[in-house]
Design a binder for this molecule. Structure first.
Ligand SMILES: NC(=O)c1ccc[n+]([C@@H]2O[C@H](COP(=O)([O-])OP(=O)(O)OC[C@H]3O[C@@H](n4cnc5c(N)ncnc54)[C@H](O)[C@@H]3O)[C@@H](O)[C@H]2O)c1
Ligand SMILES: [Zn+2]
Length: 364
């Protein structure tokens, strides 16, 4: 297998950049469709339309209903075709962006702009969508040949959004390092279909170091809707470094455990990043890391305000069948857990999950 690195064509981040979307998207097409839910349309629609119009692009808005499901992508693709869309602009969280990517795929050769309005996941830069059932259970990944043509992140909007999303994005970013490093050690296959490049591996490391260095200070700022240099650093880590790092560095156990956790209704109130954080702790236990390493990670998570017990993500009674269900789904043949540099089995995952609460209770 060859080493492969892939990425979006352009990444733009800063205060107020939403008002410059037209300048950056001018060469991408003529007929834009803005996809976002009501909350996000309220925040960005007027500004996006104005900027696109100044650059000569017509824009229509279509409301995203909230789930990145096959039915929702089909519905929105029909709307995009009706409007002769040649630029899909997705705005919002991971689910809106994943849906916008799928809609672009359904057009005949259109462009895609990814505009995260929360720094909650590393979805904005990737060439894949995570598809769920209408009830919110993970179903499958859809992979595309094309990345977003432009990723545009306005840090004033990110800082003004609820801090919980920002914290969740930090967890998603921290996972990137642990999973890319596992994939590097096993010479496993990355999301872009090759073995990891040094670039993919080192961007994941830089993501982790940036979050350890600036995560806490950035949260202090975002709690006050303020944009500091730490917020810029963490937004870039959550979005660009984590995105490039996971795609070209590889996913492993933490995200498979996240996918397993989505099978339980009880976890549906927890965000993607919150469930991923439990996935990270479980991965560290699976890997047999020293207690001091796991305890350090849990202590840092607590300071960030991230969940560290199964109860924190809604699983009040972690005995019996539920953890088997999670472990079985996490070990599906198609799962990235098999990028760990050792053979992973269902009982191993179940028992690591069972142990999370014990170690977390000890670390205060
Ligand atoms: N494709 C990928 O590479 C990839 C990577 C990571 C995660 N994901 C997927 O991303 C999804 C999770 O995304 P998420 O955690 O962003 O949640 P989400 O997309 O489910 O929800 C985001 C919520 O934030 C709200 N919101 C957005 N911007 C806001 C703002 N500025 N102010 C106030 N509210 C705002 C939206 O209205 C929405 O309710 C999962 O489906 C996950 O699988 C995909
Ligand atoms: Zn993730």
């Amino acid at each position: 297998m060859a080493d492969v690195f892939q990425s979006p064509a352009a990444y733009v981040q800063g205060r107020g950049v939403v008002d410059a979307i037209g300048t950056h998207a001018a060469s991408l097409g003529e007929q834009a469709l803005l996809l976002a839910d009501d909350t996000v349309l309220e925040i960005v629609e007027d500004r996006v339309r104005t900027s696109l119009a100044e650059a000569g692009l017509d824009a229509t808005a279509a409301k995203f209903e909230g789930e990145a499901s096959e039915a929702e992508t089909e519905r929105l693709t029909r709307i995009a075709c009706t409007h002769d869309t040649d630029v899909v602009v997705g705005a919002g969280g991971g689910k809106a962006l994943d849906t916008a990517k799928a809609v672009r795929e359904g057009l005949d050769g259109g462009a895609m702009v990814s505009m995260p309005t929360v720094a909650s996941t590393d979805a904005p830069t990737s060439a894949l969508s995570v598809i769920y059932s209408d009830r919110g259970e993970f179903e499958e990944y859809w992979f595309y040949d094309a990345h977003p043509d432009l990723v545009l992140v306005d840090t004033e909007i990110i800082a003004a959004a609820p801090t919980r999303f920002f914290r969740s994005g930090i967890a998603d970013g921290l996972a990137t390092w642990f999973e890319a490093d596992a994939t590097f050690r096993s010479e496993g296959e990355t999301i872009v279909g090759g073995t990891p490049t040094r670039a993919g591996h080192q961007l994941a490391r830089l993501c982790y170091e940036t979050l350890r260095d600036h995560g806490l200070s950035a949260i202090d700022a975002v709690e006050r809707d303020a944009v500091t240099e730490a917020v810029e650093a963490v937004t870039e880590a959550n979005t660009l470094l984590s995105g490039l790092g996971f795609e070209s560095g590889g996913l492993a156990a933490a995200h498979s455990i996240h996918n397993g956790l989505t099978q339980l209704d009880a976890t549906h109130e927890a965000t993607h990043g919150e469930k991923v954080n439990i996935g990270i702790i479980t991965q560290l236990l699976l890997e047999g890391r020293e207690s001091s390493v796991v305890e350090d990670y849990i202590a840092f998570s607590r300071r960030l305000g991230l969940p560290v017990t199964l109860a924190d993500i809604g699983i009040e009674d972690p005995t019996g069948r539920p953890l088997d269900t999670v472990a079985e789904a996490a070990c599906d043949d198609a799962e990235t857990i098999h990028n760990q540099p050792f053979r992973v089995t269902v009982p191993m995952v179940r028992d690591a999950l069972k142990t999370v609460d014990g170690i977390a209770d000890r670390v205060r």
